[in-house]
Design a protein around this ligand. Sequence first.
Ligand code: UTP
Length: 452
Amino acid sequence: MDQLPIRLAEAKLRMYEQQHVLEMLANLPEQDKNKLAAQILEIDFERIAKALAGRSETKKLNNDTISSIPFEDWEDFDQGEKAAYTEKGWELLRAGKAGVIVVAGGQGSRLDHDGPKGTLDIGLPSHKSLFQLQAERLLYLSRKAGKSIPWYIMTSPDNHEATKAFFHSLQYFGYPSKDCFFFQQNTMPALDHDGKLLLSEDGTLMLAPSGNGECFASLKRTGAIADMKQRGLEWLFYYNVDNALIKVADPAFIGLAASRNQMVATKVIEKTDVDEKIGVLCLKNDRPAVLEYNEIPSFIKDKRTNDGRLFYSLGHISIHLFKLNFIEEHADTDIPFHVASKKMKYMDAEGSIITPTEPNAYKLERFIFDFFPLADEVTVVQGTREEEFAPVKNKSGEDSPLSARKLVQSLHRSWLRTVGVSEEQLQGRDIEISPLISYNGEGLKAEDWSSD
Ligand code: UTP
């Protein structure tokens, strides 16, 4: 067996004071040594040290100037303007210039669902999974545009195979499999609170998906950017897998972004509850930025306008459009890591499995919005909360499958009311409208919903 990688790994562990891993390496069976050594050789300890050193700085914004960012409210446009932007979006979809990226590499630890988050059934009458709802919205648009929309699905090493198997077992929900590109995101080692590497039960290093900000780098590493270029894409619609109301590839948003022609566009909703767990868009030192909810100092978070609204109210809901050029240009840009303290089960130096009751580990994550300051300007458009945002984060209570299901069904009921279905007709009915029939409430007729 080639001993060189093992010797190099040992030297690296000594240099970065990771003696416990050195002991582990010495005690492993020969065939496992190379695997651990290879993992160690991949680690960029300097980068980790930098991330940990910056940890305490993240919550301070003392030296930064925060101000409001210009935005447009979709509802301020008249019908003619809305129609023109939407038509521009359709033009791009018809010309095959827009693709979609879903980030689905997270661990979904708060949800505690057995499987990738996108496979979750939120309890709609149809029992469709989040992935299926998204696929059908895309199918609807693709059919109408006469052009299939390429869909890039970011997974992690933990859920890649399970995600692909789910799509495969359900025939990709009718979506063309050649237009589904699964790509695995990057990971980072998990560390204890003293900066020591944590080990998994099988004697390998514990690696965790390192945030949705790995998207651009992972698109590049896996050849997805090359695929996008080869298909002639110009715009990529980016969203979180866990928003049950996501208007995937929304033509209106695409058209508006293309008209403003900045490198980045983002859709926001008005944040009305000061404690809502969403970040806000602003200018930080005159550059576009997002302040994450747990990093906003209260003097910014609580600031109000004269009429009592939140001053920083542009709620970030992870719905973006990126120019492909921007993604390519920044695929190697070193955006910072945010450090979160989490509970992580690990194996100690004696080989015992430890299940912590308190957070014991640092997880390093990069966030997609840290690319925003790299754009000179970001197009910010405010949409309507009830039409755009139904997050599924927790097992129960707020932002749960149940709250998301209620939001989806309440939107669908409102669509029916708009076309004249009466309250009596809706009474007692478990309403759900398939995305294959209507994307945004269009094409519905009251007579189809009469109860007799
Ligand atoms: P969240 O920050 O809500 O994290 O992700 P999560 O992993 O889904 O859930 P918790 O925090 O463990 O409970 C927001 C979006 O970013 C994706 C998620 O899949 C979700 O769509 N994400 C998150 C990634 O793709 N990769 C990551 O490393 C982290």
